[in-house]
Design a binder for this molecule. Structure first.
Ligand SMILES: Cc1cc2nc3c(=O)[nH]c(=O)nc-3n(C[C@H](O)[C@H](O)[C@H](O)COP(=O)(O)OP(=O)(O)OC[C@H]3O[C@@H](n4cnc5c(N)ncnc54)[C@H](O)[C@@H]3O)c2cc1C
Length: 419
């Protein structure tokens, strides 16, 4: 038996690759994950860890292009587009702009909502069945508003969640302050999403990796994919800096790195890295929020765990530009201090950045490639990879090993982009 061969090769050891690996192993297939660094070293590491059916609402909303254009002149805006000309980014923006219609907004909302709801239901089960120790808590998420205008702007979000049958409760100022004494005076209202939850994402990913190994899956670390061998319409092997590997099927779960790697196969994946930042303290402040919060005008997410406290978010389109941007880290601190009495945790804050895999239509790309007969995509989860991880794993395992997936896979098909 060829030791470098498995039923399935998974490219990328982030939350999506590992969730796919776990569900495929549970379905009885042999699996090997190829990861250039360590598992969970990409976007899956320092994100906010919220599990949010409430985020079914896509960014592709009429009016979003105007917001993006205004941000060109504000380096600390929650949504920032780097004005330096870049052909890929311009093409992506033009295509994203074409999706900012009510029709596409509703279509994307339905596709995201179905995946999010299934994932939320599965996650609770998965964490118990696999004993994943990751500070999972079913605490809901509260959006907080300090201006009536921002609350009004989110009416489309409330209406969409209502149509999708998702829980959202509108709160007045007194109810918001009663629910969260950690808030500064001055909130005008809130939206409470009772079905949302949270976990510690680095722990969740480490626990997924542990279970993958325990179930016999292999995780190759330091294995950077640099070439594909092909025969006709099949990928015959994958070459990495850690060896050459073969498999019946290949799952691309490379997050924001999917476009450059897919280009080696002649595929144009319409995605851009949406850079985000977080600041994490080892201890929460004495007066910490009990729910996860979204501070709406600042677009800052606040997560409290027993093991720490995190401010996160901001969306920056600057291509594959690595590293921290102090202006944007400061925007997190400033945003939090406008809303919270004690906006920072205790101990030394650890800054982090990561690239969200942003598709042009805000819907993940899941399912078989229309160009390569043994390639399957599991990428493009944007702001929601942690939330969508379990349903993605279940869907990909269902497509590759059966039984037929619970979800209709059509809305996520790579065929919509001809890849
Ligand atoms: C600030 C911020 C906050 C967020 N908050 C939330 C949240 O609260 N809830 C939520 O659901 N989502 C959140 N997200 C989004 C979430 O983090 C992502 O959607 C998710 O991590 C994507 O997972 P992934 O496995 O697709 O990608 P990644 O985790 O980036 O994994 C891709 C992997 O591929 C590897 N790789 C790349 N190139 C190669 C190569 N050539 N060879 C081998 N390996 C390679 C990388 O090293 C990486 O480990 C947030 C993101 C950010 C940035």
């Amino acid at each position: 038996m060829d030791a470098s061969r498995s039923d399935v090769l998974i490219l990328g050891g982030g939350v999506i690759g590992l969730a796919c690996a776990l569900y495929l192993l549970r379905a009885g297939l042999s699996v090997r994950v190829l990861e250039q660094n360590l598992p969970g070293s990409g976007a899956s590491h320092g994100n906010c860890g919220t599990i949010t059916p409430s985020h079914a609402t896509p960014l592709t909303m009429p009016g979003m292009v105007g917001t993006a254009l205004r941000s060109l002149f504000h380096r600390d805006a929650p949504l920032y587009v780097n004005p330096r000309p870049d052909l890929d980014r311009l093409r992506w923006l033009a295509s994203f702009a074409r999706h900012c219609t009510w029709r596409d907004f509703n279509r994307a909302g339905e596709a995201r909502g179905a995946l999010l709801a299934r994932s939320r239901a599965l996650l609770g089960e998965l964490i118990v069945q696999e004993s994943l120790d990751c500070e999972f808590a079913e605490v809901g998420e509260l959006y907080v508003y300090r201006t009536a205008r921002a609350r009004e702007t989110d009416q489309a979000h409330v209406d969409l969640l209502g149509r999708l049958g998702m829980s959202v409760e509108s709160l007045d100022a007194a109810q918001v302050h009663a629910m969260e004494p950690a808030l500064r005076e001055g909130a005008v209202g809130g939206l409470y999403h009772a079905d949302d939850a949270r976990l510690r994402p680095d722990r969740y990913v480490a626990e997924l990796a542990r279970r993958v190994r325990e179930l016999g899956g292999k995780i190759e670390t330091g294995a950077r994919i640099d070439h594909f061998g092909t025969t006709g319409k099949r990928i015959s092997h994958v070459r990495t800096t850690g060896g050459v590997f073969t498999a019946e099927r290949i799952v691309m779960a490379l997050g924001a790195w999917s476009p450059p790697v897919a280009r080696m196969l002649g595929l144009h994946v319409p995605m851009q890295p949406g850079k985000g930042y977080s600041l994490t303290w080892p201890e929460a402040p004495a007066l910490a929020p009990t729910h996860s919060l979204v501070l709406r005008e600042a677009a800052v997410c606040v997560t409290t765990w027993a093991s720490g406290f995190r401010l996160g978010s901001t969306m920056e389109f600057s291509g594959y530009q690595e590293g921290l941007n102090e202006v944007r880290i400061d925007a997190l601190r400033r945003g939090a201090s406008a809303f919270l009495t004690v906006p920072e945790g205790r101990g030394a804050a650890v800054p982090w950045w990561g690239w969200r895999p942003m598709t042009v239509d805000e819907v993940p790309i899941l399912g078989p490639s229309s160009r390569w007969s043994n390639l399957v995509f599991a990428t493009g989860h944007g702001m929601l990879g942690i939330s969508m991880s379990a349903a993605t794993g279940e869907l990909i395992a269902g497509l590759l090993a059966g039984p037929a997936p619970m979800l209709d896979a059509a809305p996520y098909s790579p065929a919509r982009f001809g890849i």
